[in-house]
Design a protein around this ligand. Structure first.
Ligand code: SF4
Ligand code: SF4
Length: 120
């Protein structure tokens, strides 16, 4: 059994991912690659691809609902780090549910995490 996000990726192709420009500016300690962002307003940038009518982050690799992963996982911006997969820590996640539903995927359940800790 692998981490449910690795066979999903739906949230990376559903929301506009906007965050403060400093997260993509190495001169002030930002880690997200600036080349993968674009300006949204004077204070915020977005991950490229997530403003589209059918959003899909440029940093996402793979096929949604089959095998997908973030190519900049360690440098992903704060909204991505904040989005919790449903039931990973025993709590629901309406954002996760909404993104999965938009891609025709059933919401995660607590059972999706059973056994994961043992093999991690
Ligand atoms: S929608 Fe939920 S399960 Fe899918 S990648 Fe995002 S957090 Fe993970
Ligand atoms: S930066 Fe990574 S985690 Fe965030 S939306 Fe893009 S692919 Fe998903």
């Amino acid at each position: 059994m692998s981490h449910p996000c690795l066979s999903c990726g739906a949230c990376c192709a559903h929301f506009r991912v906007a965050f403060h420009w400093s997260e993509a500016d190495p001169f002030v300690g930002g880690r997200t690659p600036a080349a993968l962002t674009e300006q949204l307003d004077p204070h915020r940038v977005v991950m490229r691809g997530t403003q589209a009518r059918a959003p899909r982050c440029d940093a996402l690799a793979g096929d949604i609902g089959r095998a997908a992963h973030c190519t900049i996982y360690e440098q992903r911006p704060s909204p991505c780090a904040a989005l919790q997969p449903a039931w990973e820590t025993g709590t629901p996640s309406p954002q996760c549910d909404r993104a999965r539903q938009a891609h025709g995927l059933a919401p995660l359940t607590p059972a999706d995490w059973t056994g994961l800790a043992e093999i991690a």
